[in-house]
Design a protein around this ligand. Sequence first.
Ligand code: ADP
Length: 581
Amino acid sequence: MASSSKARNIIKRVLSENAREYAFQYALAIACLAIISLSTAFIAWIMKSVINAAFVERRADLVWGVCLAIFIAFVLRGFASYGQAVILSKIGNNIAARYQVRAYSHLLKLSLGFFNQTRSARIVARLNQNISGVRDVMNLTITSTVRDLLTFVSLVSVMFMQEPWLSFFVFLAAPPLSYGLRKLSKRLRAVTSENIHAGSYVFSAMQETVQGIAVVKAFTLEKPLQQKFDGLLSVSERRANKITRVSERSGPLIETVAGFAVSGVIAYAAYRSVYYNVPPGGFLSFLTALLLAYDPARRLARVPVQLATAVTNAEMIYELLDTELHQRDLPDAKPLVVTDTRIEFRNVSFGYGHDEVLKEVSFVAEGGKTTALVGPSGAGKSTIITLIPRFYDPRAGEILIDGQDIAHVTKQSLREQLAYVSQQPYLFEGTIRDNIRYGRPEASDEEVERAAGLAYAHDFILAQPQGYDTPVGENGVTLSGGQRQRLSIARALVRNAPILLLDEATSALDTESEAAVQKALDEAMVGRTVVVIAHRLSTVVGADKIVVMQDGRVVEEGNHDGLSQKDSLYARLARLSHANR
Ligand code: ADP
């Protein structure tokens, strides 16, 4: 829960980030809000003249002017209210959009470490739910302080101007009322921010279920998930009920005090009129102001609670925006210059957490040649692949490309020289053409189609209902595993980068599909420096060099013929893999 000083800081931050940007629009909105407040006060104030001129003095000549003034005040209020609504919502939408862009571009900059630690559904929940917080902080502070406070103050001034003693009497009720409201709003703030956190859990539970629906069904997880979800929802439902109970408690409190004040005031005014013959205009004007002040006062009483909701949301967005898990380029980073594309690992040690996953790994992947990484699962092969694009930085040692330490080159220039084909090809929302073109956004249609041809994908793409323009689902659900792999190979081919990082799929494809994928890969490997996590014997046998890994170390190096002859780990692995086939 945001403590009040923390809340103040967040409000300050939201204001300082946005107030100047929209100064002119806010000034316009504030002018409109001021017109609304002042015309409301004017309507109350002029009641005195209306009553006294029309009903006491019976002067028809004055009535016309007064009625015209009231009409104008209403019209002004109507236009001003339209103006402020349009301006404020325009600013609000723009703020929400800007923060969404900001959060998204921040997300793109965060390192893989962040995504390892944070559940994706929580991130999406934040982007969806919390963005509104910033907008609400702005609009609440502006509308509540300016419109409601100004309206309230000007109406109270009218009350004091018309009936000072009555006003004094009414305001005796203010201190106990504000004490009660303050206590209520403190309780509410706590429950509200708890509720927002609970809500984001519900949202992410839904999202994860949708993403993993196949697993849910295959393992018949419907029942336990339903129970978990029911549990989450009943917590959130109870909180929501509690919020209503606590917040509506202000109703009876305010009504009681208001009833007491209004009836007391009427009694006093009636007594004065009956016994002292005081004209009723001033009193009616006072009463109008009192009744009109009621709404803004009630809204002002709610502001702390609404602000608490907005601040909690804004706080969660800032938590995301303040996450500093960037890998920045070094100040003296230069662009990578590729000549032979020779990759060298020199005593590289690395770990994700405490444990060391790679221990003093050294090997060379020669330019234009294929280097296969083999070894038991968990040996560190994928980790090696993730270090080359600098998804993570080594703890010790260096990785060199053509003699340049990749820690000292810009990430952009490094990654431009790389293409990556993962085990599980990821397809984005969009058409097949878009998905291939992600390899190199400026590639022409011909280049896309040529790459698809080389990846043995052209024919099955043409067989799709709209050919290259067929949309693929979130995970390319309409395509088979082998077809998806060939699309991701086409994506790597269109990139035309000198280095190819390859994580061969272990999942069994049918023989025909596998043959097509293999041919596509062979095509992709021609003339490139390839580092491949090899699962297929044919890839290993065909590799120029084999690096055998175990427990984070390089234990053997050589080619197939050389390694097979020794009684090596490689020979044992090869025998195993033969036996499996
Ligand atoms: P391989 O590809 O040879 O199967 P990996 O490089 O995937 O091996 O894994 C090496 C070790 O690093 C394993 O012990 C694994 O548990 C650990 N590991 C892999 N990825 C992560 C990660 N993102 N966070 C923490 N530990 C990881």
